[in-house]
Design a protein around this ligand. Structure first.
Ligand SMILES: *[C@@H]1O[C@H](CO)[C@@H](O)[C@H](O)[C@H]1NC(C)=O
Ligand SMILES: [Mg+2]
Length: 415
């Protein structure tokens, strides 16, 4: 397209400027210009037909291609060749793909209709911003973001992640035996990632085996940051529905109005137990059943101050009505487990969040002794600030998502 005026100018320069020739020259120029334009149009049409994708607004779309995978349209950068569907959820669809330029395997997550719901849009923005700032070996790496349209009109967002072989949920459910070394290795990497995240003031809020991505060489990375939050320095209310029920900490079940990184540590305990027992430890069918399962296992001792933090009266009354009970010792639930593993598990699955072990202390536990080195497994340099509030309006969210993608594609700034 841009070649046309350039050629026109070149013509003028070559022609001698004399009055008698002006008319003739103009006609030639006119014809030349339009024949050229027409040829250019033909080439353009042929290219568009070849790529089977007549772009609605070029400039942005020319480098995109469309694919349909399991009834879902993927409009992605031409450099990604999609392969197969990996998973599907309420948020959208994930497919595996390969970057043709680098031969690197990636996972592309399509988040559709981002602005259908403001809270979902905020989740997407939060996940993008957090992963843009976090670089850690035990946290999934976000490599790219794509928007198949312009700033004003985009509705779908594509996040590109490094591709991992599988997740811990599938491993736990598989018949493949897991050794004590493998268990140690998984828990170590999970704690190592959490030491970093928590010291950066990030709470994941949805840790469960399905969100822990794993490679065949036992490498583990924490994924799915859609619910993750940065803790406000003042520790003010961070309510809202968090954590898949089976991995949800007691303080969330008893309607405590504040919580902190200890909720992730409870989830680590549940994940740990699921690795040891090859099934979920507390598969509650609703919140009340969840609390009941936890208290049945941990036991109830009214002389200890375990329940002091429970201020929501109906639940406090329910707990106060329970008789003292010894619970079930983890050593008898997991008779084949390494006694050190059982000891660490006990310190993770503590009802009162103030008495629960934190990530740094858990890494110092003897069960982690062979793997942990504080110099090689450091905390973050400082807290992460996402730089926005939850009361952002849709237009502002749209703008911030757009800005975030520009970090990955600087050339798009003008659109
Ligand atoms: C973890 O717990 C230990 C012992 O209670 C405490 O000294 C330390 O400050 C805690 N670390 C963090 C990051 O909260
Ligand atoms: Mg998930």
């Amino acid at each position: 397209m841009f070649l046309v005026p350039f050629f026109g100018k070149a013509y003028v320069k070559r022609d001698p400027e004399n009055a008698t020739n002006v008319k003739k020259k103009r006609i030639i120029q006119f014809l030349d210009h339009h024949v050229f334009l027409f040829c250019y149009f033909l080439v353009f049409l042929a290219m568009a037909m070849l790529s089977n994708n007549l772009p609605a607004d070029f400039g942005n779309k020319e480098e995109m291609r469309s694919y349909t995978i399991s009834n879902t349209l993927f409009e992605i950068d031409a450099k990604y060749a999609p392969m197969k569907l990996l998973g599907e959820g309420a948020y959208g669809v994930v497919c595996s793909s390969i970057n043709r330029e680098t031969s690197e395997k990636v996972a592309i997550k399509k988040i559709r209709n981002v602005f259908e719901d403001r809270i979902d849009a905020l989740r997407t923005l939060r996940e993008m911003k957090l992963l843009g700032k976090i670089k850690h070996e035990n946290v999934i790496e976000m490599k790219d973001i794509m928007l198949p349209s312009t700033k004003r009109s985009f509705v779908d967002v594509y996040l590109v992640f490094e591709l991992m072989d599988t997740d811990l949920e599938r491993i736990i459910r598989s018949p493949q035996p897991l050794s004590d070394e493998q268990c140690q290795c998984f828990i170590f990497q999970l704690l190592r990632g959490l030491k970093y995240l928590h010291s950066a003031n990030v709470i994941h809020r949805d840790l469960k085996p399905g969100n822990l991505l794993v490679n065949s060489d036992c490498e583990l990375k924490i994924g799915d940051f859609g619910l993750a939050r940065t803790k406000s320095p003042r520790g003010e209310g961070m309510n809202g529905y968090v954590v898949t029920r089976w991995y949800r900490a007691p303080e969330l079940l008893v309607c405590s109005d504040s919580y902190d990184a200890a909720i992730d540590m409870w989830s680590v305990g549940c994940i740990f137990a699921a690795i040891l027992g090859r099934k979920p430890l507390f598969p509650g069918t609703d919140s009340a059943h969840q609390l009941e399962l936890i208290l049945n296992t941990l036991g109830v001792n009214h002389d200890a101050d375990d329940f002091d933090f429970v201020t929501y009266q109906p639940i406090r009354d329910y707990i106060d009505s329970l008789p003292d009970s010894p619970g079930v010792p983890f050593a008898s639930m997991f008779p084949d487990a390494n006694p050190l593993a059982v000891d660490l598990l006990k310190k993770l699955l503590v009802f009162n969040p103030a008495k629960r072990i934190n990530a740094t202390e858990a890494l110092k536990h003897p069960y982690m002794a062979q793997l942990y080195d504080p110099l090689l497994d450091p905390a973050a340099k400082g807290p992460i600030d996402l730089g926005f509030d939850d009361d952002l309006g849709e237009d502002k969210i749209r703008e911030m998502i757009w800005e975030e993608t520009l970090c990955y594609r600087p050339g798009k700034a003008a659109l």
